[in-house]
Every structure is written in C-alpha cells, then in structure tokens.
Design a binder for this molecule. Structure first.
Ligand code: CUA
Length: 173
C-alpha cells in the first residue's frame, strides 16, 4: 500500500507539469494573438490572392513617386518573377515596397539593406528601404517556391541619371 502511494505521488509530479506546460503555452498564445494584437510582421493589409491582378494597386504593378526622394513600389511576386523586376531611383531615395503573392509563399530580400520579408498569398507585406549611394542592388526570392526559385530576382538601380525615374504605368515587362 505504501509502495503504491509512492508511485502515485511520483507520477503526479510528472503529470501536473505535463498538463500545466501545454495549458500555459495555449494561454500565452491566446493572450498574444487576441490580447496584445501580435500578428505577422510587416503586414500592411490583405488581398484576395485570386484577384491580385484586378485589385489596386497590384492591377498596375510599378513605382509611384510620393514626394521628393520618396517612392512606393507596388510589386507582385509570383512563380518565378517579380513585377516590376527592375526599378530606377536617384541616390538618397526612400523606397517603400508593397508586395503580395497570388500563388505561393515567396521572399523579398535585398542584400546590403535591412530588407528581408516573407511574401504570403493573401497578405500585403510592406517594407521601406533607403538607397543612399549609386549602385545596383539585386533583390531575390529567398523562400523556396518551386523548380525555378533560384531564378526569381530583380534589381534596384540607383543612378544619378534617374532624376526622372521610370514610373511604370502598366508594369508588365
Ligand atoms: Cu519565389 Cu522562391
């Protein structure tokens, strides 16, 4: 009898934490999701992934000028290309990218800048990059998205000549 009691206490010492830990995690999850409004990073809105091509601003991918040295790029990332795939801005430009995907998860990564986001279907990701010096800044997809993932890239060209940046209208290159 005494022996049985000992085993019970011993088991209880394991059972209680094994229940308390998942319950604690669930509570933490609910508090952060519902209470503190923690959500996906960089999310600027949502869009029906099946209607990306007819939903502004993604129906006309390209770049618009917001003010002196300030630009906004409306970009569609789909297997296996970015549209627009190339933008030109003058030095010392602040460029905000709004990126979405109509198909699968892509990435948007500009090395040498602090630009590194996931592009999820249905979600609009927003990130702002500053391009101080002239040069070519390649960007690439860094989430595996299929057979030709490694070819999915583009570039930001920062040159003194682009005082009148090629603000694209219909975008489809
Ligand atoms: Cu798109 Cu990898």
């Amino acid at each position: 009898m005494k022996r049985g009691t000992t085993i019970y206490v011993y088991e209880l010492a394991w059972i209680l934490p094994s229940v308390a830990i998942p319950v604690g995690m669930l509570v933490a999850l609910l508090v952060t999701a519902l209470g503190v409004h923690i959500h996906l990073p960089g999310i600027a809105g949502q869009v029906n992934p099946n209607k990306v091509d007819s939903t502004p601003p993604f129906d006309h991918p390209g770049m618009v000028q917001l003010g002196p040295g300030k630009y906004e790029v409306h970009m569609v990332a789909r297997t296996w290309s970015f549209n627009p795939a190339e933008i030109h801005v003058p030095p010392d430009s602040q460029v905000t990218f709004l990126v979405t995907s109509p198909d699968v998860v892509h990435g948007f990564f500009i090395p040498r800048t602090a630009t590194n986001i996931m592009v999820l279907p249905g979600q609009i990701a927003r990130i702002t990059a500053h391009f101080a010096k002239p040069g070519t800044y390649p960007f690439l997809c860094h989430e595996y998205c299929g057979l030709m993932h490694h070819t999915m890239s583009g570039q930001v060209v920062v040159d003194a000549e682009s005082d009148n940046p090629n603000l694209s209208h219909s975008g489809g290159e």
